[in-house]
Design a protein around this ligand. Structure first.
Ligand code: GLA
Length: 378
């Protein structure tokens, strides 16, 4: 993204010398729908995100200009001032959550834009939240809030102002991202480790189906509720503490649907650990096999895939791609693929051709560049 464009948009709408902040979207190698189950995730920040030019305005309101929507919205900072525009709710929510932590949030002007593909499962919303959490902290907090709390501010914004009861993965990745490194986060203890990621002879790429199924009945929150019911039946706080044997014990008292959901989650917990071991050994074929297992678990048991994503995973398998799976919350978006360099060109060409023949448009291809997390640029 061009910093000068952001600064120019700011200058076109407001006055004064702004600061510029940025935060990225994320990928996740493996560990999907495990975060709110106290399990492990394995994300990394990417080289696209949100960039915002911001300056306190001495007023008690925020004036926010979205460059992408070409829309200027004003809102106050009290609980009842929640704006109507979906995108503005994220900024408002961050201000409210920061205020709840004791930060004296004051009014500011801002212009921002993003280049995370929307609906791709790459967490454009977490990028937006962490950009503003970082900036508000920088501008208004006398005692600076730590990075975990900033990630939590984004997550609570989703819970309280957007209505998605998400886990911590996306905001964590967007805040803590480090160039060239994936991060393994234990979402129970919140301990994490950076893993330098440079798979020799392989490439990591995203294939975006450019399909997003709009589902009306909060399927994400429903998945979470299923997991919580099973954990309760087993008598553990989260499914992190459950094994397959525990699940079998309660098979008759949980619904068939809840059983399948939990089966996927318990399997996924182990797959993340397997992938970490395999990475240490440089065994990318095992990494890839676990990715396929995750895909089909998400498709058949967790039921968050869709026809288009299943088709992309199947094409990958047919092309000899080491691993492929749906990435993120589900119901559309991208697959993440680990492919041997010599198979890359053929896979990309085949995926484009076959997908277009079936669905009438080509998928979009992005090479993954693992990048830094939230920061102030100027
Ligand atoms: C969304 C949520 C995350 C996580 C993923 C699935 O991206 O925001 O917290 O649950 O789905 O792994």
């Amino acid at each position: 993204m061009d910093i000068n464009l952001i600064k120019k948009a700011f200058a076109d709408h407001f006055e004064g010398k702004c600061g510029v902040y940025a935060s990225p979207g994320r990928i996740n190698l493996i560990g999907e729908h495990t975060d709110y189950n106290g399990g492990f995730v394995f994300p990394g920040a990417v080289d696209c995100g949100i960039m915002a030019a911001i300056l306190p305005n001495g007023l008690d309101k925020v004036r926010a200009y979205s460059i992408d929507m070409d829309e200027l919205v004003e809102f106050g900072l009290n609980e009842e001032d929640v704006p109507e525009q979906g995108w503005a709710k994220y900024i408002f929510g961050v201000c409210r959550e920061m205020a709840k932590l004791g930060v004296e949030v004051k009014g500011f002007d801002c212009a921002f834009a993003g280049d995370v593909p929307l609906g791709a499962g790459m967490s454009s919303s977490a990028a937006l939240e962490s950009t503003f959490a970082y900036a508000v902290n920088d501008m208004f907090a006398d005692n600076k809030i730590d990075k975990f709390a900033l990630a939590k501010v984004g997550q609570m914004t989703e819970h309280h102002y957007v209505g998605v009861n998400c886990g911590i993965m996306d905001q964590f990745a967007s805040v803590f991202g480090k160039k060239g490194n994936l991060m393994r986060l234990d979402c129970r203890s919140m301990e994490f480790e950076y893993f330098p990621f440079d798979p020799q002879g392989y490439k990591l790429l995203l294939v975006n189906s450019v399909v997003k199924h709009e589902l009306v009945d909060s399927p994400y929150n429903k998945r979470r509720e299923s997991c919580e019911r099973v954990a309760k039946a087993i008598g553990v706080e989260t499914l992190r503490d459950a094994e397959y044997e525990d699940l079998e014990r309660v098979k008759d008292v949980v619904s068939e649907e809840d059983y399948k959901r939990a089966k996927y989650v318990i399997g996924e917990k182990q797959r993340v650990l397997d992938v970490c071991d395999a990475l240490v050994k440089g065994d990318y074929e095992t990494v890839g096999q676990r990715m396929y297992q995750t895909h089909w678990g998400m498709s058949k048991d967790y039921e968050v895939s869709c026809e288009e994503l299943d088709y992309l995973a199947t094409i990958a398998e047919e092309c000899g791609v080491a691993g492929a799976r749906i990435m993120g919350g589900g119901f559309g978006g991208c697959t993440i693929n680990l492919v041997k360099e010599e198979l890359y060109d053929n896979f990309v060409a085949t995926a484009k051709e076959k997908f277009a023949a079936k669905y009438g448009h080509e998928p979009k291809i992005y090479d993954v560049v693992i990048s830094d997390g939230a920061r102030r640029l100027e």
